[in-house]
Design a binder for this molecule. Structure first.
Ligand code: NCD
Ligand code: ZN
Length: 367
């Protein structure tokens, strides 16, 4: 296959291992766009307000999502929180909940009830390891408040080094719980990729669609490209592109599609972190790979059908130990799709501006 010569590609429907579907009106708006993006199975993030910290809440949330779009499989997660005990983990496992997401306190949208000290949760991680559950890490260290930092003492944490500074924690967790399946979510740096590769096969990383094309300059002036972790350097982006095509199972798609009403992006308040990619999830990745080949940073021969099938679904499903119950296929056609300018629906009071609004991309047809 010569990837850049292809105008049409058939793939198994994708598994998106990191989605924010929200609740209320926002979930009504965005959940129906999952299949539009070429995806039929998702791993759902629990950072609602309040966060999803109980099994009952989590199952009720899954039912709400199913009622909106029944033709998607929703794999569910709990929000790591001091109220989560070993017993809650056992209960969650019995209820079919797949994993637990850890947000460091205050680093991103809806993370105010997040983790301050990982060691506090060691008994919970030990139980998760025993129960064969997945630990999903938002791998960033909270920033040093600018008014408290003394340059002579230590390196301040900023949004640029927040992920590299987290990597020793990943290593420590993996060493302490070698059989615990851990995912370093939304890897955004070459250093993060290296850290995942340096661990055993119990550790994997997800890669978003937008981190495959964005760099710092893109989000600095554009709220619709701003997310956590922020996009980094061109070298980091190119390392991510290469990780997609040479991952052999260690990296797979997790879009971190994170919708915010446009008023939260361009209002008078602080800019909300999150890039919305759900309706064109697979297409954005194909576009980014094509650009990578054109720029000469991705070897065209490295882009294989097997690799794409793995990144978009096979490897994520294998890591989560789930099948693709639906066995559906999608056909993507180059240049035959267009990203909407704004996602909106009659009767709903929220509007979301998607990544690369108005641009041409691949279309998706379900077979
Ligand atoms: C996410 C959100 O909006 O919920 N935002 C983001 O920038 N990625 C939270 C998260 O996953 O960090
Ligand atoms: Zn996320």
């Amino acid at each position: 296959m010569r990837f850049t010569q292809l105008n049409e590609i058939e793939l198994p429907a994708a598994f998106d291992a990191h989605v924010h579907l929200r609740d209320g009106e926002m979930s009504q708006l965005v959940t129906p766009t999952i299949r539009q993006g070429g995806v039929n199975q998702v791993y759902v993030m629990p950072n609602l307000v309040p966060p999803v910290t109980t099994v009952q809440q989590c199952l009720a949330y899954r039912d709400q999502l199913k009622a909106i779009e029944p033709n998607v499989d929703y794999l569910m997660s709990l929000y790591l929180h001091e109220s989560i005990t070993s017993e809650a983990i056992r209960e969650a496992k019995k209820a079919g909940i797949m994993g637990v997401k850890s947000y460091p306190a205050g680093v991103t949208t809806n993370s105010s009830s997040g983790v301050i000290d990982y060691e506090t949760f060691y008994p919970v991680f030990a139980e998760m390891e025993k129960q064969n559950m997945v630990l999903n890490l938002h791998g960033e260290v909270p920033s040093t408040p600018s008014h408290t930092h003394a340059t002579k003492d230590a390196t301040a944490i900023t949004i640029l080094n927040a992920e590299p500074a987290f990597l020793p924690t990943l290593k420590a967790l993996h060493e302490k719980f070698p059989a615990l399946r851990i995912i370093l979510e939304h890897c955004s740096t070459a250093a993060a990729l290296e850290a995942v590769r340096a661990c055993g096969p119990a550790v994997a990383g997800t890669i978003t669609a937008h981190h495959l094309s964005l760099i710092i300059d893109d989000w600095a002036g554009d709220p619709f490209c701003f997310c956590k972790p922020v996009a980094k350097t061109p070298e980091d982006r190119d390392a991510l592109l290469n990780a997609v095509v040479t991952s052999k199972g260690r990296f797979f798609l997790g879009t971190d599609s994170a919708p915010h009403d446009q008023g939260k992006k361009r209002g008078e308040d602080k800019v909300a972190a999150g890039v919305f990619t759900q309706p064109n999830a697979v297409a954005y990745v194909l576009d980014a790979l094509e650009k990578g080949v054109e720029r000469g940073v991705v070897e065209e021969g490295d882009v294989t059908l097997e690799g794409l099938e793995g990144f978009f679904g096979g490897w994520g499903r294998a890591f989560y130990q789930v099948g693709d119950g639906r066995g559906e296929k999608v056909v993507l056609r180059k240049g035959a799709g267009r990203v909407v300018d704004v996602l909106e629906k009659d009767g709903l009071g929220v509007r979301v501006v998607p990544f690369r609004r108005g641009e041409e991309t691949w279309s998706v047809e379900w077979k």
